[in-house]
Design a protein around this ligand. Structure first.
Ligand SMILES: CC[C@@H](C(=O)O)C(=O)SCCNC(=O)CCNC(=O)[C@H](O)C(C)(C)COP(=O)(O)OP(=O)(O)OC[C@H]1O[C@@H](n2cnc3c(N)ncnc32)[C@H](O)[C@@H]1OP(=O)(O)O
Length: 279
């Protein structure tokens, strides 16, 4: 990160606190399966197809903090309440924060949250379903695994909004599926079906729309059979073998000049619906 960017970064606690007043919705940690070593993070903002508001970023951070101190945990599943996983960052928030400083605060917080998610000794599974767009894809690719429901519509729509990925997805996607395929998805913003997610190597499996959570739990249980210590040590050994901080920093530097630029503002003013009516 260059010195200019570093200078305007403030304390992460302070950013999270400031975000609390922006928007509704919630991200909660469900403890239903904690006796099996499996926690669930649920994204819930029904009026906006589970878009992530500033307040929800703060909630998300609290969930990660709790998981960091959960010594019996083996896995965490992230899903959306209702039909959709997540339609991305809350566009109302985005439109009200067009300055680079606004973009930096918001993306720095999410980047920190997703980095901490990756660094957990628990392995993570994104159970993606329905609309999974923009920031929703960013959350998904930060997880160790992605399981897709039959009804998923998965797209990196950032380019259509005149920006690039804000929370580290270009770096993570490239690591997951390779340069050519990653670039293709980012440059076209095309909407992937469940089968396409699997074929391209993004998803590790397809679950049924009706029983997605049960299917996902079964899949996760097959990977939580070792002891807690072994599961956690494997997760840490694998995740620590890939240090790519420099690339993540570079991605942020490339993103910032685009935030709030004329093309971004014009795209935001059009209220684009990505799934229906995209040419
Ligand atoms: C800034 C971070 C950046 C990143 O890093 O990636 C982003 O995430 S930018 C956000 C990217 N996401 C979008 O651009 C989503 C745009 N919305 C759509 O494509 C569609 O709404 C949908 C998500 C495919 C859902 O379509 P449909 O089921 O037909 O419902 P509606 O279109 O009628 O939506 C219902 C309601 O929800 C509001 N909505 C949807 N997504 C968002 C969002 N991301 N932020 C804020 N609000 C959102 C939508 O405007 C409707 O509101 P009302 O009209 O008031 O009912």
């Amino acid at each position: 990160m260059d010195r200019n960017t570093e200078e305007i970064l403030v304390d992460m606690d302070q950013i999270a606190f400031n975000m609390l007043k922006h928007g509704d919705g919630e991200i909660v940690l469900l403890e239903t399966y904690c006796n099996e070593g499996i926690a669930i993070i649920e994204i819930n903002n029904p009026g906006k197809r589970n878009a992530i508001s500033g307040k929800m970023m703060s909630d998300f951070r609290n969930c990660i903090t709790k998981l960091e101190s959960w010594k019996q945990g083996k896995a965490v599943i992230i899903l959306g309440r209702g039909q959709n996983f997540c339609s991305g960052g809350d566009l109302d928030f985005v439109k009200n924060h067009p300055t680079q400083k606004g973009g930096l605060y918001f993306s720095t917080l999410m980047r920190d949250i997703l980095k901490r998610l990756e660094q957990l000794p628990l392995f993570s599974v994104a159970l993606v379903h329905g609309a999974t767009l923009g920031g929703g894809t960013e959350v998904a690719v930060a997880c160790d695994y992605i399981l897709v429901s039959e009804d998923v519509k998965f797209a990196f729509v950032q380019g259509k909004l005149g920006i690039i990925t804000a929370w580290g997805a270009a770096t993570r996607l490239t690591k997951a599926i390779g340069t050519k395929k990653a670039l293709d998805l980012l440059l076209t913003s095309r909407i992937l079906t469940a089968q396409e997610c699997l074929d391209i190597g993004l998803a590790s499996g397809i679950v049924t729309e009706e029983n997605k959570l049960e299917d996902c739990l079964e899949w996760t249980r097959r990977r939580t059979r070792h002891s807690c210590n072994v599961t956690r040590a494997f997760k840490l050994a694998v995740s620590q073998s890939n240090l790519f901080d420099e690339s993540l920093r570079n991605e942020l530097e490339l993103f910032l000049p685009l935030w709030g630029c004329p093309e971004n503002r014009e795209a935001l003013s059009k209220n684009i619906k990505h799934v229906n009516g995209h040419k």
